[in-house]
Design a protein around this ligand. Structure first.
Ligand code: GLC
Length: 756
């Protein structure tokens, strides 16, 4: 590299994050992802080190090298190394056996080695099976990749919202080549060595999920579209009369007055009354909000926006007019704080009507007017950081829209947790919204694909994510809906959604058997809510995924890195969905340790594949020995995820722990100490075991009065607590031991052993 033509800077945020910045400009471009930059030690020296690793950059050749504290080479550039001209590009060596994970929403196998992906947010309506596996771009772009080599993980993030191409050993099998259309090289390296540490550091940098309102964890029903007030109310009635739990109903685009954003049309008379009626029945309403503003001079919002210069401009300086659902439309320039504030205020009307959450769709942004399906690259943004072309900022448009929706929701309902869904995103989107994976199809292949997509989103900092259960495009079948609901019940965002002109897809749409099975799995989800909520809290405080690939917990087991059709919900529940029509059994890989079949308690030694039965009404679920899982009674909608009397299921093992978490579930109080945490740990003891509750941390008053503890797979029957024997009941058939424990804020301890 010719030194006169660029500036570079190396930095370290000790001990494990390194930064390489190479640009033609002296002052680095501001980041859209990293709101509070870590303090990097700025040096123009070509070597920086921490207690964990050292990173060096050779300005003559553009070579980048990172070694860990043992001298193990984590990364080395190769060939033309690193260049800025004609466009920013770096090439790194790929080692034999090196595997790659993450890279956001991309489809295809879990291991990204051998694939090429173009990170450019795009509306890909109709990702049908024929083209799906090799799709190069999707709605979300997260330029973050995790490499795992010899059991050791390492992460790379290129913070640049322009189009990027990641060739992960596709062009040349031993080269990782990353390239951007414009912008500068701003690369972050995460030294690991565990995937968990990498995610913790990546999300420290780009942000973590805020806790959602608890109702967002419930089952959600949507359709493009429920087209009238009557239809929506009868769907609500359908859930309650059939006793199928449901918390949220979604309003897709037909609720609007000719697709004018933030309005209600004639078929939804008196929306406020409608929404408050549905609220009384326990439903929250989420409304779709697309960016395109109808170019109709009788539309006051358009006139206000035009007058104040709120829209993205074309190269000539006039607002750019594209085409979306409302017809000719203008696009708010969400890269400007002024526009985000304005949008947030306009959005208030929805909250005044009683809407509880916002669903941002088409925010890549989608544009039907051009074959490129988005804004012309020469459009102009007057962004927070100056005037930029659309090409330079494309990938952050959707995320800045979600940010506007979130900030608007916070202002409209102070002290309440916002709920925002987004289709498009960039690194850091998790701070503002959850991601749903857009328009999949009602095909078995897409059911399988969604597992890999969601796992990779979780590995890219986005733990709160989900896919349209049942599939969006084309007609679903009863069997596919059953298998999809059985899987989606264990995914963080659980919503059934289907396209216009497809057959109905509500849980009762395919007859009684389908309805019964779907109901049972939705109920199981509701029973697991306290477990799920604690896992959300872990994601909020550490960046860990909620839905996890097997290698999250077994990084050194090569089989766990290969398996891409099974996953963990949190730390203890292993789910193996059925992904084929007609399948009534499947092989399940169980990692090392002892496992229990959730349905019948049968015990298995892991480190091998087992054949698990999967009649239509169940999918294989296994619980790790050493697991602690709280359950609550089923509710039709979530009032609270705790009960006076909490059930705590325990599967004894050598050691296990669970972090119990409680708060009020709706307010922002948790951010200022109004929560409760306590560690519940399990230890094996000579001839028995013991359970310890740590004392309570935080200011929230627990709602739990009693714990009913159910110990599985147990021969002992004598329970001791506070030096007294506690009355217990042993069921020989199910091999369980049940006893009660009064809840107290101080430390608690119980043990079990053989009866005398
Ligand atoms: C897009 C969305 C889909 C929605 C439709 C109509 O295709 O991805 O979920 O139903 O637009 O708004």
């Amino acid at each position: 590299m010719k030194k006169s033509r660029f500036h570079f800077r190396l930095g370290v945020a000790p001990p494990d994050i390194f930064h390489l910045h190479v640009s033609q400009k002296k002052t680095p471009e501001r980041s859209w992802s990293i709101e509070e930059p870590l303090s990097f030690t700025k040096r123009s020296e070509n070597r920086v080190a921490s207690s964990e690793a050292e990173c060096s950059f050779n300005p003559e050749t553009g070579e980048v090298t990172i070694r860990d504290k043992y001298g193990y080479q984590l990364l080395q550039s190769t060939g033309s190394h690193c260049s800025l001209f004609p466009r920013p590009k770096l090439i790194f060596k790929i080692a034999a056996g090196e595997e790659f994970f993450g890279l956001g929403e991309t489809t295809g196998p879990m291991n990204k080695r051998g694939l090429k992906r173009v990170l450019w947010n795009i509306d890909v309506l109709g990702h049908s099976p024929g083209i799906h596996p090799s799709l190069q771009s999707l709605y979300v772009s997260i330029p973050f990749l995790i490499s795992v080599r010899e059991g050791r993980a390492f992460g790379i993030f290129w913070d640049n919202p322009a189009r990027q191409t990641w060739d992960v050993g596709n062009g040349k099998s031993d080269e990782l080549c990353i390239e951007a259309d414009s912008g500068e090289i701003s690369l972050y390296f995460f030294v690991g060595p565990s995937v968990r540490q990498i995610l913790e550091s990546f999300t420290k940098l780009t942000g973590r999920i805020p806790l959602p309102p608890q109702w967002a964890l419930g089952y959600q029903q949507s359709r493009y579209s429920y087209e009238s007030r009557d239809q929506l109310e009868s769907i609500a009635e359908g859930f309650r009369s059939r006793k199928i739990p449901c918390d949220v109903l979604h309003l897709d685009i037909h609720h609007m007055d000719e697709y004018r954003v933030f309005t209600f049309g004639k078929k939804f008379p008196n929306p406020q009354e409608m929404i408050s009626g549905l609220h009384r029945k326990g439903f929250k309403i989420v409304s779709i909000v697309d960016p395109g503003v109808k170019n109709d001079f009788r539309f006051p919002l358009l006139n206000r926006g035009r007058k104040a210069g709120m829209f993205v401009r074309g190269p000539t300086g006039k607002p750019y007019i594209g085409k979306v659902w409302p017809g000719r439309s203008l696009f708010p320039d969400f890269t400007s704080a002024r526009v985000r504030r304005w949008w947030g205020k306009e959005q208030q009307v929805l909250f005044q009507t009683g809407v509880a959450g916002i669903w941002n769709d088409m925010n890549e942004p989608a544009n039907f007017a051009l074959p490129t399906k988005t804004l012309p690259e020469k459009c102009i943004h007057r962004s927070d950081f100056g005037k930029r072309s659309h090409a330079e900022l494309h990938n952050i448009y959707g995320m800045q829209m979600a940010r506007a929706s979130q900030e608007g929701a916070l202002n409209a309902c102070p002290g309440r947790r916002p709920f925002v869904i987004s289709r498009a995103g960039y690194a850091g989107i998790q701070k503002h919204a959850l991601i749903w994976t857009g328009d999949n199809s009602s095909h078995w292949e897409h059911l399988g694909d969604s597992i890999q997509q969601l796992l990779n989103l979780g590995l890219s900092g986005v733990p709160f994510c989900g896919s349209d259960a049942g599939g969006f495009l084309e007609n679903c079948s009863g069997e596919l809906l059953i298998r999809w609901i059985q899987m989606a019940a264990f995914t963080p965002f659980f919503r059934n959604h289907s396209n216009i002109k497809t057959c109905p897809q509500e849980p009762w749409a395919f007859g009684e058997e389908t309805e019964r099975i779907c109901r049972n799995f939705i109920k199981l989800r509701y029973r697991l809510l306290p477990y799920l909520y604690s896992t959300f809290q872990e994601a909020h405080s550490t960046g860990a995924p909620i839905m996890r690939p097997l290698f999250w917990h077994y990084q050194n087991d090569p089989r766990c890195r290969e398996v891409d059709d099974q996953f963990f919900l949190g730390a203890n529940i292993l789910v193996a969905p059925i992904l084929r029509s007609g399948a009534r059994a499947r092989s399940v890989y169980l990692p090392a340790g002892i496992w229990h079949n959730f349905w019948n308690g049968e015990k298995f030694r892991g480190g091998r594949d087992v054949l698990a039965q999967a009649p239509l009404d169940r999918i294989p679920i296994f619980i790790k020995a050493g697991s602690i899982i709280p359950l609550i009674p089923v509710q039709q909608s979530i009032e609270s995820i705790t009960a006076d009397n909490m059930l705590l299921h325990v599967w004894p093992g050598h050691y296990g722990e669970f972090e119990w978490y409680e708060d009020d579930g709706v307010s922002l109080g948790y951010a200022s100490g109004k929560f409760l945490k306590r560690k519940i740990s399990l230890k094996a003891r000579e001839g028995g075991g013991e359970l310890q509750y740590s004392s309570i941390q935080g200011e929230f008053q627990s709602q739990v009065k009693n714990w009913t503890i159910v110990i599985h797979d147990i021969k002992q029957s004598r329970v001791m607590g506070r030096n007294k024997e506690i009355e217990s009941f042993r069921d020989r058939n199910s091999q369980t031991l049940v006893f009660g424990l009064e809840n107290e804020p101080g430390a608690l301890q119980v043990s079990w052993c053989r009866s005398r």
